[in-house]
Design a protein around this ligand. Structure first.
Ligand code: FAD
Ligand code: FMN
Length: 691
């Protein structure tokens, strides 16, 4: 496609790997269109600035923290804001930018939008409208069409440079963002006609049964069931597996490899203890894990978090292997490589396809499906297109094509993405579908480590660290074909079951952990750390497991005071919330002890399921109640820390502070919002929040 030999410079900023994997996808596609592509992280690209040898720059970047650059984009950000760069510094460049964010976070797309503004300030011109993807509703809704339409835009630009549009300013509202993708939203690669006859009896019966019901994963209703479909291109099959029982495979070599966002190498930490914190009557089960390590392996600060490299559930991996007819080969080592026709053609040329970086070249299927691939990931539309290709039953094939089609987008969102179905749900629902395992390895993304905020202080014990978490549970419903727990929290909860049911005579430091260990690493600092001076007043807001880092802060303060009783300390207020004081009031004894010692100045707790109408239910209501005192504390230099649920709590808490500023400082809403933004800029309103 590329009309002349043309160079693209492709850079990504990625915290958890999604932008990187999208960049890799774009690279592969660009090379198949004959573009020469150089790809690297945004930080790596700084050395080559101002990239004079390139005309086209493609940027894929996410936001992390609170609208901050991902860990491999911070140097880039500092560089492009240097005062000594003229406004023509990048004027030779034409760029296209794809931003990844999540509307659950208050600073939606903070970093990508700032990058765009700065590029424009430095003279770069936009050749293709920016895509703003939202992880809360599904990145692919914007990412897939953005990539498909990138090629005609690029081709047009190469052929007609004079048509370069005036720079289009970055849009600020989600409403504007959703309109940036022009139709047609999916490449029209193949038109699938409707007729495919419903061939098997069961399907017909089901169709009759739900004649008036809505569509489900397996069955569609008119007009979707009747129309022609526009579906994605069938992705190329480029990987090949060669089993060889003579090969030697050492899993430890793979497990030690660094993960995205790791500050330390991955290491094995023994589980010192694992226990349930909530009562059996609590609606959610909360566990505490304490890890043991040598201080040489990890040196942490309160507020840090660790990444837990988790393993998929063994029964689920077995079921997947069985469904793929690969049970017998599951433990035979294989070599994984790119098929010859897609590998480098001539020496010195770059290959068009590469083995995905999260897959080892030598492994077993059981290992790869357990430790390397996110088998729970929601299949992207291109993946469903592959599943359709390998379905022998016409009706099932048709339904799969509908689910990945432009016309079936609503069904895809409602029936696949929202209930978070995975490839095994698809294989269970569509029994005639038999994809080769290579196709899964090509499509399944990296199994990411799960971050957890540490809830302990290294001053208390530098050889151990704790974290607390809720066990995530998904019932069988909405198309899910089996019950499951979260990957990481499920693994830990299975360990606890084994500990509970194991022999009771074990003694020593690992008595409660019984020899279990976890692969972990310290994550790069989020900036969620204690202020330098112990005199700074602290306002801590952490309902539920959001209290975790504050337990670390308070334990740290207790140790500091123990070591130096004359230490001057500012007040600490903690806003904490749970459902019921008897079932899930986490660390009640510690919190009350710190309060009685004076370490904690105010301990303010809400109980959302206790039927006492006069009492506030949620922390944000308590903040409103104490608004005047909180504003006074902030005026005295207090830092506000918010930790926990990003979906509702963090937004409501911010809203409560806006209202507090309105009443406490007599500001209108706009001025109060600016006051909160100012606190964020001064790093005095810090959030460590997750969805
Ligand atoms: C910086 C950071 C710090 C974090 N610190 C903590 C912490 O200290 N404690 C903690 O518990 N978690 C914390 N998390 C969240 C944690 O990393 C995991 O996302 C969480 O434990 C689920 O992991 P999992 O592998 O068990 O679930 P997965 O298999 O990854 O499934 C997660 C999916 O479950 C859904 N889900 C999430 N919660 C629920 C729920 N309660 N009920 C139903 N569905 C749900 C979500 O849609 C999500 O897609 C943190 C996250 C970040 C980004
Ligand atoms: C700890 C954390 C903080 C985040 N902060 C923001 C944010 O401030 N603004 C935003 O739009 N998205 C935010 N996100 C969402 C990510 O940008 C989004 O999930 C993106 O797809 C991640 O891409 P990556 O894997 O390339 O980093 C955050 C996600 C996490 C886990």
């Amino acid at each position: 496609m590329a009309p002349e030999r043309c160079n693209l410079f492709l850079i990504y900023g990625s915290q958890t790997g999604q932008s990187k994997s999208i960049a890799e996808d774009i690279k592969t596609k660009a090379e198949s269109f004959n573009y020469d592509v150089e790809m690297m992280s945004m930080d790596e690209s700084v050395e080559k600035m101002p990239w004079k040898e390139y005309r086209f720059l493609i940027i894929i970047t996410s936001s992390t923290g609170d609208g901050d650059p991902p860990e491999n984009a911070g140097i880039f950000w500092r560089k492009i804001r240097s005062k000594n760069l003229g406004n023509d510094y990048l004027c030779h460049l034409e760029y296209a930018l794809l931003g990844l964010g999540d509307t659950n976070y208050t600073t939606f797309l903070g970093y990508p939008k700032s990058v765009e503004k700065q590029l424009q300030k430095l003279g770069a011109k936009q050749f293709y409208k920016s895509g703003w993807a939202d992880d809360a509703v599904g990145l692919e809704i914007v990412v897939d069409p953005w990539i498909e339409n990138l090629w005609p835009a690029l081709e047009n630009q190469v052929l007609n440079p004079q048509t370069l549009p005036d720079t289009i300013p970055a849009s600020d509202t989600p409403a504007e963002q959703s309109s940036v993708i022009t139709t047609p939203e999916l490449a029209v690669v193949s038109e699938v006609e409707k007729p495919l006859t419903v061939s098997y009896q069961k399907q017909e019966e089901e169709l009759e049964k739900c004649a008036v019901e809505l569509a489900n994963l397996k069955i569609s209703v008119s007009p979707l069931s009747e129309c022609d479909l526009k579906v994605p291109v069938l992705p190329v099959s480029y990987l090949e597996l060669k089993f060889n029982s003579e090969l030697m495979f050492f899993p430890e070599d793979v497990l030690r490899k660094p993960m995205p966002s790791s500050r330390t190498p991955v290491f094995q930490a023994k589980i010192k203890s694992l226990k349930q914190l909530t009562s059996e009557k609590a609606a959610k089960t909360t566990l505490e894990a304490t890890l043991e390590f040598s201080p040489a392996e990890i040196e942490y600060q309160p507020g840090d978090s660790i990444g837990v490299c988790c393993a998929n559930c063994p029964e689920e991996v077995d079921a997947l292997l069985h469904r793929l007819n690969m049970t017998e080969q599951a433990d035979i080592p294989f070599k994984l490589r790119v098929k010859e026709e897609f590998a480098a053609m001539k020496s010195g040329t770059k290959p068009k396809y590469e083995v995905p970086s999260h897959l080892p070249n030598l492994a077993t299927l059981r290992f790869v499906l357990t430790r390397c691939c996110e088998i729970r990931s929601v299949p992207r539309k291109a993946f469903i297109r592959i599943l359709a290709e390998f379905s022998s039953d016409d009706a099932q094939k048709r339904r799969l094509l509908e689910l990945c089609s432009l016309q079936g987008s609503d069904d895809y969102t409602r029936l696949v993405r929202q209930p978070e179905l995975n490839v095994l749900d698809f294989l269970n629902t569509f029994p005639s579908c038999h994809p080769p395992v290579e196709r899964l390895l090509e499509q399944l993304p990296r199994l990411l480590a799960r971050p957890y905020s540490l809830s302990s202080s290294p001053l208390k014990d530098p050889t151990s660290a704790s974290f607390i978490f809720n066990v995530v549970e998904f019932p069988i419903q909405d198309g899910r074909t089996y019950e499951r727990k979260g990957v990481a929290t499920g693994e830990l909860s299975r360990m606890l079951d084994k500990i509970k049911t194991g022999p009771t005579d074990s003694v020593g430091p690992n008595a409660n952990g019984r020899g279990f260990s976890l692969s972990v690493f310290l994550r790069t600092n989020s900036g969620f750390s204690l202020p330098k001076s112990s005199e700074t007043p602290l306002i801590l807001i952490g309902p539920g497991t959001g209290v975790a880092p504050f337990l670390g802060f308070l334990a740290h303060r207790e140790e500091l005071v123990k070591r130096d009783p004359s230490l001057t300390c500012g007040p600490i207020w903690l806003f904490y919330g749970c459902r019921n004081r008897d079932h899930d009031y986490l660390f009640k004894d510690d919190l009350e002890r710190w309060h009685s010692m004076g370490i904690l100045t105010r301990l303010l707790v809400t109980f959302s399921r206790e039927d006492k109408p006069s009492q506030p239910k949620y922390v944000q209501e308590l903040i409103q109640l104490y608004a005047a005192s909180l504003v006074k504390l902030i005026d005295k230099g207090a830092c506000v820390y918010v930790c926990g649920d990003a979906t509702n709590m963090a937004k409501d808490v911010m809203q409560a502070f806006i209202a507090a500023f309105q009443s406490g400082r007599q500001l209108d809403e706009e001025q109060a919002k600016k006051a909160v933004v100012q606190l964020q800029i001064e790093k005095r309103y810090l959030q460590d929040i997750w969805t």
